[in-house]
Design a protein. Structure first.
Length: 236
């Protein structure tokens, strides 16, 4: 997994994303003008033997693209990691920078696109260029992987073709996204186990500020997913 993470961080496959992430790292946001931005693709974060995978969309321009860690340093990450802490999936509720002491417990966080995209909207070709990284990650996690939480419909659409490429049987018609939905996915290749895939609204500010996604809603999905993955769940 460490080799994969290193290769992801060196990728320059998508010219538009390379230009955007590097320009953002040069110009910076005023609040972070004294910081050195990561300005590269952001690898997945969490243990290499995690039974639970959380799949987002892409790094934020001034979040992961700045800190170099998924969902770290932005308001979406504030919501996600606080909920993961409540669900027993993180050792602390905050994620501010790469060396802040955050550890994930039985869970790994990744995304179908590893570079920050303009307007948070990768193109279909950029999604497809990045797909092989997620496929390899799924293959490496296969011996232990039991459950996946997908944050948002965009990630949901990106995940299922990749699951099929990585050796799981995806039903037809493809499962429909919705908050709180869950589907069981059967393995098609040796070395894979049955997966339970959960849907959750994305932790975007648009969703969390309007109340479309509340902390309690996200915590409920994460707790159910932790149980499906065979994890202990919340300490209380």
């Amino acid at each position: 997994m460490a080799e994969l993470d290193g290769a992801v961080a060196d990728c320059r496959a998508c010219p538009r994303l390379v230009a955007w992430r590097e320009e953002t790292a040069r110009t910076k946001r005023a609040a972070y003008r004294d910081e050195t931005y990561w300005g590269r693709p952001v690898p997945g974060f969490g243990p290499a033997d995690a039974p639970l995978l959380i799949v987002g969309l892409a790094p934020a321009a001034h979040g992961g693209n700045r800190t170099g860690r998924m969902f770290t340093g932005d308001r979406s990450g504030d919501v996600l990691y606080a909920a993961m802490y409540t669900a027993g999936l993180a050792n602390q509720p905050t994620a501010t920078h790469r060396d802040d002491g955050l550890r994930l417990l039985g869970a790994r966080v990744t995304a179908p696109v590893h570079c920050a995209p303009p307007d948070n909207k990768p193109t279909p070709s950029e999604r497809d260029n990045c797909r092989h990284w997620l496929r390899i990650e799924l293959e490496l996690l296969a011996p232990t992987l039991r459950a996946i939480v997908v944050l948002g419909g965009w990630g949901w659409q990106a995940l299922f073709p990749t699951l099929a490429e990585a050796g799981w049987g995806v039903p037809r018609p493809r499962p429909k996204f919705g908050h709180g939905v869950r589907y069981r996915i059967e393995p098609e290749l040796p070395g894979r186990s049955e997966l339970t895939v959960f849907g959750s609204y994305h932790v975007s500010q648009q969703n969390t500020f309007t109340g479309r996604l509340t902390p309690a809603m996200l915590e409920a999905v994460l707790i159910d997913a932790a149980h499906a993955a065979g994890l202990q769940g919340p300490p209380n």
